[in-house]
Design a protein around this ligand. Structure first.
Ligand SMILES: [Zn+2]
Length: 393
């Protein structure tokens, strides 16, 4: 059976989606905004002959009119971006996934009615600090209270987007297999001269928020000796995060946001709040990093926001992808990932899942410089289509 990929559609749709939320310094499509809706609309319009609907959590499902209740063979990703993000993260998986599904439908493969595409809601979590909102709501990790999470302007998810997202809980049971194409994040494939990375697992990870209490006082009249400068203590904590992660092989730790209060030039910071992101290949190492920080800084309140255990991808789907790549002369290698993805949420909930990473020449992501060459992206689409066809057979 020959599967013809519509390269022109791929090119047009990728460009069209990336006209939404584009500015001089990157792409910004926050969840439940006009920019994101416009991008989703383009994908819906491109899905010729297929039905679409938003579930209660705001995930966009593109399915066949005769789709069965379960056993769906699904691909997808997300169309939301981080602020000033790149043109590939998420977008490539939705656009490439749809093009693969349309190619299989056009080829008349048996069981094509089981094929579906999902564009997950709020994957980045950059607006409400709710990473993988759509998939986590679907699998039941997030309860009702998640809808009351607020963005920096005080707007809640319930106000901006879905009113009753947990009504989507359990929908992952419709999915028999899930594939996600994604731009490589990191620099493993290019140095190895390999086109595709087949993800074996996603790292364990977690997010915390922490608060240092000090005492705000006059920057001129308070002697250095008596100060309780919260930002100085926060700086010690930031350095400890770096030290602790370095001391645990395979671990990474990042403080991405710091907010000193009250924030006056001539006021000693009386309080600092910050974020903390820790990841490791396994759960035990991640937990050890946090334990070490909590023990080292008893004066700092470290509040747990979210954790995801390491997600192990399906060996059968991994083997299918390698075999489909080899058949086409496309080089592939196993690759663990340190980023969070909806595929990981689904895998943790028992849905056989896998990811395909496309070689990035610079290893940069969450940045406008993020890139994969078109021939690499199209190779991924072709390999994905062939692997999905194996699953339908
Ligand atoms: Zn992504």
């Amino acid at each position: 059976m020959s599967i013809a990929i519509d390269t022109d559609l791929f090119r047009r749709l990728l460009a069209g989606v990336n006209e939404q939320g584009q500015s001089a310094d990157g792409w910004t499509r926050a969840p439940w905004t006009d920019e994101l809706r416009a991008a989703e609309r383009l994908v819906i319009e491109a899905a010729t002959g297929m039905d679409w609907e938003y579930d209660a959590a705001g995930n966009l499902w593109i399915t066949d009119a005769a789709a069965p209740a379960d056993g769906l063979v699904v691909t997808g990703s997300h169309l939301d971006t981080v602020p000033k993000g790149g043109a590939f993260d998420g977008t490539l998986g939705v656009v490439g996934g749809l093009v693969a599904v349309l190619a299989l439908r056009a080829a008349g493969v048996r069981g094509a009615e089981r094929l579906a595409v999902i564009s997950f809601a709020d994957e980045e979590g950059s607006r409400f600090n709710t990473p993988c909102f759509g998939s986590r709501t679907m699998v039941g990790t997030f309860g009702d209270e998640v809808a009351d999470m607020r963005d920096k302007d005080g707007i809640s998810i319930r106000e901006a987007g879905p009113k009753d997202p947990t009504a989507a809980a359990g929908l992952h049971r419709r999915i028999g297999a899930y594939y996600e194409i994604h731009v490589e994040q990191g620099l493993a494939l290019d140095p190895a001269d390999v086109t595709l990375g087949i993800a074996t697992r996603l790292s364990a990870r977690g997010r915390w928020e922490w608060t240092v209490q000090g005492e705000a006082n006059h920057a001129g009249t308070t002697p250095m000796a008596g100060r309780r400068d919260a930002l100085v203590r926060a700086a010690e904590f930031v350095l400890a995060v770096q030290r602790t992660a370095l001391a645990h092989p395979g671990a990474v730790g990042t403080v991405g946001r710091l907010a000193p209060w009250p924030g006056g030039t001539n006021v000693i910071p009386g309080r600092v709040t910050g974020t903390l992101d820790v990841r490791a290949l396994d759960n035990q190492t991640r937990d050890a990093v946090i334990r070490s920080l909590v023990e080292g800084f008893p004066d700092i309140e470290i509040e747990h926001k979210s954790t995801d255990d390491a997600a192990i991808f399906d060996p059968g789907l991994i083997a299918d992808l390698h075999a489909s790549a080899a058949e086409r002369g496309v080089s592939s290698m196993d690759l663990p990932s340190y980023a969070g993805h909806d595929a990981g949420t689904l895998a943790l909930a028992g849905v056989p899942s896998v990811m395909v990473f496309t070689r990035s020449p610079n290893g940069i992501s969450h940045n406008p410089a993020e890139h994969s060459d078109e021939d690499v992206c199209l190779a991924a689409v072709e390999v994905l289509a062939a692997a999905m066809a194996r699953r339908l057979a």
